[in-house]
Design a protein around this ligand. Structure first.
Ligand code: F0G
Length: 482
């Protein structure tokens, strides 16, 4: 949206929607939160939603639906095979992306599973700007390797670079030459990097990177799960694109890729996913995997109601007024916290506000999972649930050694159209309080460490009694009932 101008005060981000249905929230007293986080094994994934005040874990499947999305659900056509809902969805995707062939899947990681099974061979490299947890897990499960070639500046916390998700083009070409194209499964571009602060990638960089891949006959894959934020940033930050409509930008991006997959829990604001495939033969080479692992080819494991909502959601995902709200609220939170001296990933990106936990808790060694500890501390101090995006979210190296994340982040996600500015102010206030009391926070260690995607199901314990001491200080500040 164009920034709404205020007469008497500085401009603030504005909601371009009104609230029609609400969900009541509860704020448990601090001493109860202390019990809940212990019961959750000091893993915020294991908290019950009813025990949370501000759920900023993710935007996945929790973006607010519009009235138009909800009403579209009523016309869902239930059929095992040949559902009209599927054809409507496929038609909309073809209209937006200009790609005819579509494989539905139950969510983004299911697409990653299909792509990995089709393209990954033992010791082959999937080359990308940066990995996402589930994308990497599917590749490594099949013996493949991940090569991350994001530009060095992308991993610097404080920056004013507009496109920190850009891939290093020189390293990309050198890597292909060094390993040989036959050892590369595909080039994967994540539009809106998840694990390094929701930082976008420029159109120009995508164009050049895909050109290099094409020169060597390497398949190009776009992970479009976070594309709506990235579209906003291309329009507002990339000079040569500012006069293009979001729809035009989307189409220009799409034209660069052989394959585009997405999580419909993010792109489309509902729950589901799918893979668009440009080439008919390539499409047929993956087709059989859908009925085998997902569901028949006209629903792919999705509810047809969700598919109808998503079809409307795709149009909303390219509406400037809709997609600007997330980045504007995130920028507001990041800038306010930055003013307070809290180490943030700057500039604010998409998806959420990201705190540099390595810096915030620089007294905790990375082996003791500072971002995980910060996530627990944030829940104790305010009932705010964020997501660890650091070493806990990494997989161990093949030899079993700990792989320290290049960025150790706590993500406070901003699901679209969900939180108000006063709720955002509350979060900023509690993060600042915690920052001023950061010395009270200690590390974590595993009691139960799963082999794959350990951050989802792992059980941890605090090193020392820091949660109790932190809760005591918090109660002294805010009283027993907060
Ligand atoms: N790719 C990206 C960039 C993602 O952010 C996600 C999910 C996926 C793929 C997988 O999609 O969840 O539908 O299976 N990200 C969620 C998050 C989980 O919280 O960031 P999925």
């Amino acid at each position: 949206m164009p920034e709404i101008k205020f007469y008497k005060k500085d401009n603030i981000p504005m909601e371009m929607h009104k609230v029609k249905i609400v969900q009541q929230l509860t704020l448990l007293p601090t001493k109860d939160r202390l019990v809940k986080i212990r019961e959750a094994g000091y893993n915020t994934f294991k908290l019950h939603n009813g025990d949370i005040f501000m759920d900023m874990l993710t935007d996945s499947g929790v973006n607010a639906m519009s009235d138009n999305m909800q009403s579209a659900m009523l016309r869902a056509d239930d059929a095992y095979a040949g559902s009209e809902t599927f054809y409507r969805m496929n038609k909309k995707l073809t209209e937006l992306f200009g790609i005819e062939y579509f494989l539905p899947a139950h969510q983004g990681r299911a697409c990653e599973n299909i792509l990995a099974m089709r393209f990954v061979k033992r010791d082959s490299y999937a080359v990308m700007n940066y990995h996402f947890t589930t994308a990497k897990a599917h590749i490594t499960r099949l013996g493949g390797l991940v090569e991350e070639l994001v530009k060095e500046e992308g991993l610097v916390s404080k920056s004013d670079l507009p496109f920190k998700g850009d891939i290093d083009l020189v390293r990309l070409e050198n890597f292909i030459k060094e390993k040989g194209r036959e050892n590369i499964s595909f080039l994967r571009i994540e539009a809106g990097t998840n694990l390094i602060g929701g930082q976008p990638i420029s159109y120009e960089n995508m164009r050049q990177a895909t050109n290099i891949a094409k020169k060597y006959n390497i398949v190009t894959v776009l992970d479009a799960s976070l594309l709506q934020d990235n579209l906003y940033f291309i329009k507002t930050r990339e000079e040569s694109m500012k006069d293009k409509s979001i729809k035009e930008i989307l189409r220009m991006i799409s034209d660069l890729f052989d394959i585009i997959y997405f999580s419909g829990r993010k792109f489309g604001f509902a729950r589901g996913g799918g893979i668009l495939v440009r080439d008919e033969e390539m499409f047929h080479s993956m087709e059989d995997l859908v009925p085998m692992f997902e569901g028949f080819l006209t629903y792919g494991g999705m509810s047809v109601k969700e598919m109808e909502a998503m079809t409307v959601g795709f149009d909303e995902s390219i509406e400037f007024d809709v997609i600007s709200q997330g980045p504007q609220f995130i920028k507001y939170a990041v800038d306010e916290l930055d003013k307070y001296g809290v180490p943030m990933i700057t500039p604010g990106g998409g998806l959420g506000a990201h705190i540099d936990a390595k810096e915030f808790l620089n007294h905790i060694p990375q082996e003791e999972y500072p971002a995980g500890a910060l996530a627990c501390a944030m829940y104790i101090c305010g009932g705010i649930r964020g997501m660890e995006r650091g070493t806990l979210s990494e997989e161990r190296n093949r030899d079993g050694s700990e792989r320290l994340a290049s960025m150790e982040l706590l993500r406070l996600a901003f699901p679209r159209r969900v939180f108000t500015l006063s709720q955002t102010e509350y979060v900023i206030d509690r993060v600042k309080w915690l920052y001023d009391h950061r010395d009270l926070v200690g590390g974590l260690r595993f009691i139960h460490e799963p082999k794959t995607l350990r951050f989802f199901t792992g059980i941890l314990e605090p090193i020392g009694d820091w949660p109790e001491r932190l809760a005591k200080a918090y109660i002294e500040e805010f009283g027993l009932d907060q």
